[in-house]
Design a protein around this ligand. Structure first.
Ligand SMILES: N[C@@H](CCC(=O)N[C@@H](CS)C(=O)NCC(=O)O)C(=O)O
Length: 249
């Protein structure tokens, strides 16, 4: 029994970021997962807006993944928090995290959908996992419509996907430069919100083994996507994110 409810789209990487922080803090929660578009009503009923994750707590409803991480931090001893107390480290963590939230998350999402949506069979399989049966049936019955809505909603076409891939490379290069000295964490001596945000928001482009429950196995990816995933996994930034998944997720 728990009084925390997390409303999600199960394969959303922002939701993965919130789940990671909740799991790491040992906080029990009930996840209510929905498909994109089908999530609108549950999100509203939960007291949120258009986007997930939404965390319902006894005191308030939190409608942004970063705010969820801060709320969790308030419940943890200083040594376990994702935002360090030291002002210099804290502002560096926040700077990276904001960049990942604003630029990396939208880019990996658009790029991954751009590859996955044409592969109707695999995408339907991903979408039917972990959601209410009625939504799984609906997506099976009306996949072409769902696909068209997603393409329009996320502005997915070859040029925008190419721009997103360029943005991903830019951010991976920045992170690779920062971790090329072999450090375990992006900022400071222990896991921070910058690490959790990077690994989660990069996960559609890295397919960490620990995240396949929410996405799919690498072997099931379209060939061109798999090739890029393998390239990104081999970068210092990719290797660092995969290490975070192996050791800290
Ligand atoms: N800044 C928000 C972004 C969350 C976000 O973009 N969520 C996406 C899923 S990946 C969403 O709910 N999209 C639905 C929509 O915009 O209609 C956060 O960090 O929580």
């Amino acid at each position: 029994m728990t009084d925390l409810v997390l409303v999600t789209i199960p394969f959303s990487h922002y939701c993965e970021k919130a789940r990671w922080a909740l799991d790491r803090a040992g906080l029990a929660y009930e996840e209510r997962a929905h498909l994109p578009i089908a999530h609108y009503l549950p999100a509203r009923l939960a007291g949120g807006g258009k986007t997930v994750p939404i965390l319902q707590t006894p005191g308030r409803v939190i409608t942004d993944s970063t705010d969820i991480l801060h709320w969790i931090d308030d419940r943890l001893p200083e040594a376990q928090r994702l935002f360090p107390a030291d002002p210099g480290l804290r502002s560096e963590v926040s700077r990276w995290e904001e960049r990942f939230d604003a630029k990396l998350g939208p880019a990996t999402r658009r790029w991954a959908y751009g590859h996955l949506l044409p592969d109707g069979e695999n995408t339907q399989r991903i979408m039917q996992k972990n959601v209410p049966r009625i939504e799984a049936l609906a997506v099976r019955a009306a996949f072409p419509l769902a696909r068209a809505l997603l393409r329009r909603g996320l502005n997915i076409h070859p040029e925008s996907c190419a721009r997103s891939l360029a943005r991903m490379h830019e951010i991976f290069d920045e992170v690779s430069a920062a971790v090329s000295d072999g450090r375990e964490f992006l900022v400071g001596p222990r896991l921070s919100a910058a690490d959790v945000a990077f690994a989660s928001l990069a996960s559609p482009a890295l397919l960490p083994d620990r995240n396949t429950r929410w996405l799919c196995a690498r072997a099931a990816l379209p060939v061109a996507m798999r090739a890029e995933v393998d390239r990104l996994r081999a970068t210092p930034a990719g290797a660092y994110a995969l290490r975070l998944y192996s050791h800290h997720r």
